[in-house]
Design a binder for this molecule. Structure first.
Ligand code: WT7
Length: 665
């Protein structure tokens, strides 16, 4: 099936590959960049490929180690350990290290609330707050190894909470504040979380959202949680309070000392667990450890964004996603950068909110997602034109392939044809950026993430693990371990092995060491990678990963639904959209109001992002003789295309006919 998916994507990639224009790095940019030419990059890549361990060792030396490592890499496929024997602390490297020099009073965080509220925290101030929060956590019984869930809006305290956890070695489990109570509860239970950090409320599109209420609901089915630390911003009246369980953030921190020495942790000590959707109904707890993750996060932030001390760096991702972990928090702070952070919606109070903030704060690096760019594109050039965006010097893109049209719009209207664009390919599992241009060195082609970074050995292979000819579609794999790679799926090493390494193992090669990304890709004649998207049953909606099975199981838990199948279809705005085929139980009325109800139901069960964009009622689902739902067929119907392919394997041809006629109505 994966092969067929690749084939059906070939038409799309052919269009992309017609995109011949190369945008060379501007001389004025290259002159001041860390890596100044393609020749220099080529050399770096060549050296790193012949000895990746040496390359990563030199990157690791840029961080502070309480104790040096003995062994750079211990690789027992598919399990890796990096900088073995070394002692390191993430929070120390993000904060303490900057306090002895000129960065002490430099802004670490510049924050803007949706309602216009503003806050600035210097490195010294952020350090003090993190120490206080770390001491507060200790007082609440949190020790190294205990899991802490963070269900917080985009406020400085979310960053403080993460760094407080890493300071004492308590792995954080950040859950996006848009997730429902049941999704939160599932993640809390799987990680056996002891304490939850949340807030009374936050602003989104001018309305108040109340995460604390969601936590209260989630904890009804999550008995491992002992305490809830609540940031009361005073924006929710009569916020609920559970005596004995809930602790006020401000009270707890004001009683705590601002001196909290960072724990000297093993390089392989777990730094965080972050849940992401897989191809089954159950989200995977991606486990990242300390040393290797930090090394790659720091290196990629510095070189991919060519980050300098006088930059104001804005990654628009929420801390609930890995992009927020690596490029709002760890990567930039490890580099002593100033991070810009925004609480709310890009469209509030008007669609020029981003451009207004860039102008007012003089933001110099913007890292955002193609879906956001497409949304701005739809609204027209007049919104960015109202603002002086000349402070920008570099643009980034992440989360899904960026279509050339959006790339060019971004380049022209936001970058004013002056800013290089770095299209960065990576995943929750990879920890940091893997394939990307370096802005002073790589000529860019709209739609391509270009070349693997130094130290990353990526390839496009066929089912047997052999490289495919240039230009042909195949599976994107990573051939050698890299420092920021996930170490396992929390509590489930068998699933880790199965998910990422068994596709090759199943071919009879024992301990086959390639990491399967789950993405399809092509390499062009210049070796540039063109990532096509997922080849498994994972959807990418607005850069957010969703599992078709997870949505299907939410659908069938609705009392009116008998059976359901979910597929993705292309969408101009969100990249992919959720398309659901639903068979109702006997006696249910297949009308519009039921569609709406089912859609809302999925939104409540998982997250509003998971709501189907369209629902089709069908008396039967097309299945193969062995009972497998014919997803390819459904994908074609959902995309509005004519149904091609062999339909004789259908168990019930009538089901297909009915779907088609519904389509024609
Ligand atoms: C999947 C990972 C990496 C942080 C955000 C998403 C897709 C991501 C690109 C890109 C083409 C991309 C892939 C990948 N993806 N960046 N630049 N070009 N595709 O993290 O939720 O773990 O999703 O996003 O399909 O596998 P994630």
């Amino acid at each position: 099936m994966a092969n067929k998916k690749i084939k059906s994507d070939e038409a799309a990639i052919d269009v992309l590959l017609k995109e011949k224009k190369i945008y060379p790095p501007a001389k004025s940019f290259s002159r001041l960049a860390y890596v100044k030419s393609f020749a220099e990059l080529k050399n770096l890549r060549k050296k790193a490929l012949s000895s990746p361990e040496k390359f990563w060792e030199s990157a690791a030396k840029e961080l502070f180690w309480h104790k040096p490592w003995r062994k750079t890499l211990a690789w027992k496929p598919p399990f890796s350990q990096w900088f073995v024997g070394g002692k390191i602390n993430a929070s120390y490297n993000a904060l303490d290290r900057h306090l002895s020099g000129f960065r002490r009073h430099k802004a670490a965080l510049i924050w803007e609330g949706e309602n216009g509220e503003k806050r600035v925290l210097t490195y010294l101030e952020l350090y003090r707050e993190v120490c206080r929060a770390a001491n507060a956590l200790k007082k609440l019984g949190i020790k190294a190894g205990d899991r802490v869930a963070i269900y917080m809006p985009m406020v400085p305290e979310a960053v403080i909470a993460m760094l407080a956890c890493s300071r004492i070695g308590a792995p954080h489990n950040v859950v996006f504040a848009g997730f429902s109570a049941s999704a939160l509860s599932e993640r809390i239970q799987d990680a056996q979380v002891k304490l939850v950090i949340t807030a009374d409320g936050f602003f989104r599109k001018g309305l108040i959202v109340k995460p604390k209420d969601v936590v209260d609901e989630a904890l009804k089915s999550a008995p491992s949680v002992e305490k809830v630390l609540v940031l009361n911003r005073g924006i929710v009246e009569n916020s609920s309070w559970v005596e004995g369980r809930d602790v006020d953030w401000v009270d707890a921190l004001s009683e705590a000392s601002d001196d909290c020495p960072a724990e000297k942790l093993d390089s392989e000590h777990p730094l965080f667990i972050l849940y992401t959707s897989g191809s089954t109904g159950k989200p995977k707890g991606i486990l990242h450890t300390t040393g290797g993750y930090l090394v790659q996060a720091a290196w990629t932030t510095k070189y991919v964004f060519d980050l300098k001390d006088d930059d104001l760096f804005w990654c628009t991702a929420d801390i609930g996603w890995v992009t927020g972990h690596s490029y709002v928090v760890y990567g930039p702070l490890l580099n002593g950068a100033t991070v810009f952070m925004y609480e709310g919606s890009p469209m509030h109070p008007a669609p020029d909110r981003f451009w207004s903030m860039i102008e007012r704060h003089k933001i110099s690096i913007l890292y955002t997602a193609p879906t956001a760019i497409r949304a701005f594109m739809r609204l027209g050039e007049s919104w960015p034109q109202k603002h002086d965006l000349s402070s920008l010097r570099l643009l980034g893109s992440v989360g899904e392939p960026i279509n050339p049209e959006a790339w060019r719009w971004y380049h022209k209207n936001i970058g004013r044809e002056k800013c290089p664009i770095v299209d960065t390919w990576w995943q929750t599992e990879t920890g940091s950026i893997m394939i990307s241009p370096l802005p002073g060195a790589t000529g860019t082609k709209p739609g391509s993430a270009s070349l693997p970074l130094p130290g990353i050995d990526a390839e496009v292979v066929d089912r047997s693990g052999n490289p495919v000819p240039l230009g042909a579609g195949g599976y994107l794999v990573i051939k050698k371990p890299w420092p920021g790679m996930l170490r396992t799926i929390y509590g489930n090493p068998a699933r880790y092995k199965e998910q990422y390494f068994s596709q090759a193992l199943a071919l009879g090669k024992k301990n086959y060491p390639y990491y399967f990304t789950g993405d399809g890709a092509r390499k062009d004649k210049d070796g540039y990678f063109w990532v096509l998207g997922r080849i498994d049953d994972v959807l990418n909606v607005s850069g957010h990963r969703l599992s078709t099975m997870e949505i299907e199981s939410a659908l069938v838990s609705h009392p009116a639904v008998a059976e359901a199948a979910v597929v993705g279809r292309p969408d101009d705005l969100t990249g992919q959209a959720v398309s659901a085929f639903v068979t109702l139980k006997e006696g249910q009325n297949p009308d519009e109001s039921l569609k709406r109800e089912i859609s809302e139901y999925v939104g409540r069960a998982i997250s509003p992002i998971a709501k189907p964009a369209d629902i089709r009622f069908t008396p039967l689902l097309p299945k193969t003789r062995s009972g497998k739902i014919m997803r390819r067929l459904l994908r074609e119907i959902a995309s509005g295309g004519a149904v091609k392919g062999d339909v004789t394997t259908l168990e019930d041809l009538g089901a297909l006919e009915k779907l088609q006629s519904q389509e024609e109505e």
